[in-house]
Design a protein around this ligand. Sequence first.
Ligand SMILES: [Zn+2]
Length: 478
Amino acid sequence: MPTRRDFFATSALGLGALPALSATAAASGASGASISQQLAKTDPVAARLYETIRTMPVDDTHCHPISDRDRVMTRDSFIERIALPAFPGPNYFPEGVYDKWHAGDERTRADLDKRYQVGKKLATINNHFAESVFTKFMVKEMASFLGCEPRFEAVMEARNAHQKNYYGYVNSLFRDTNIENAMIDTGYADGLDAAGVRKFSDAIKPTRTRLIARVETIQDDLLKQKLSFPEMRDAFLKRVRDALDGTGNFGDRSYGMKSYLLPAVGVIKPVYDEAAAAKSYEELRAAEAKPFADREVQARQGKTFLEYTLTLALEECLARDMPMQFHAGDGEAPSVILRNQQPYYLEEFVRFDRDGMMRMPKIIPIHAGYPLVSEAAWLSHLYTNCYFELSLMTPFIHQGLVRRYLEIMEAVPLSKILFGSDAYHLPELYWLAARWGKRFLTQALAVYVTEGILSEEEALEGARMILYKNNRAVYNLK
Ligand SMILES: [Zn+2]
């Protein structure tokens, strides 16, 4: 395994062969040299395309701010922060048990283990995740960047060596992959406040962060205030407008919004009927006082009211030509209902009919609708205002991305596919997504070039669109 120093050396030697690269572009993508070597062995067309694609800018259309709490990590703590089945740990036990176990002394842990098998359950999750191809591949990739042996423990040790300048390390991951814009969904901010989000934004400069406002963040805060329906409606609208135009989103303006309603309730439709929304709001408030019901019943309480506020928010986006991201596919088990997340369930919001007219706001179903990738792709094929976004699937299905990117490109115009990572907690998710996104997109495009379906120039322009140009067009970035 070559070290990071070797990559810089190889890259520096190769620079003369890359004309017209700016100093920044040349510095970024340096560790892509290992991918170049790999592709040269297996696919010369991909290897040639990759020499241009590896230094391209990347816009991440859906991602989250990174705190500095993960400066020092072990194998288990790293897995607990990155693995989708691991980080909802508290949800697997009665309320408070997980935190008590983590904070507790040996005796407390032993008591809780006897009753709930906390340690055993968490260890099972971690051990299985450690045996995933994703993890084995990630360890090699991180080792190449950090210049250490490709073992999980060695990688953690090399990573921990950066603890004193953790945000410097974070910044180096952004420079290596040349991420120019990050569209940050503040609806999940890992506990950061406005100052914390700003600190992260400053740390990753010259990457520019732009904020996306989550409908539920605004709504849930107001629900705590026990307002009457008219007060709720007016306060919600005021906050949405302030988040979009003023400083209402963590002290800044927003470039679009995100909705998390789909996984809660399944099929969703626009609601314009105020009386029905008010009735549903009263039912929601009455339900709050009742004990826990079936989780499906509970998730649907206040459905009409929630569709109504989403409708109000989407009207505001439409008026400003801003997109709305919709969570689709994926699924943060065990807290959401997996069967509710089908991309087709968004169709009525994609249409956004009113008074016999389809108004077609910009809609971005996110997470590739994974695993229902072709359903999300076909929705985007049929409705011109509906985009396709790659996050979470990128990077989590690693080499499977070649097949998935081909599946998407068979149906979605190249001008509507948006790169995204859904990076949360760990900065390596930004890096892996951009690194693997470039690599496996290159390999997918190379299939078309080899078959004579796209010219090399068309393939490269497709990569530019997917990696950054489409993001700039959909959000009207200058
Ligand atoms: Zn997300």
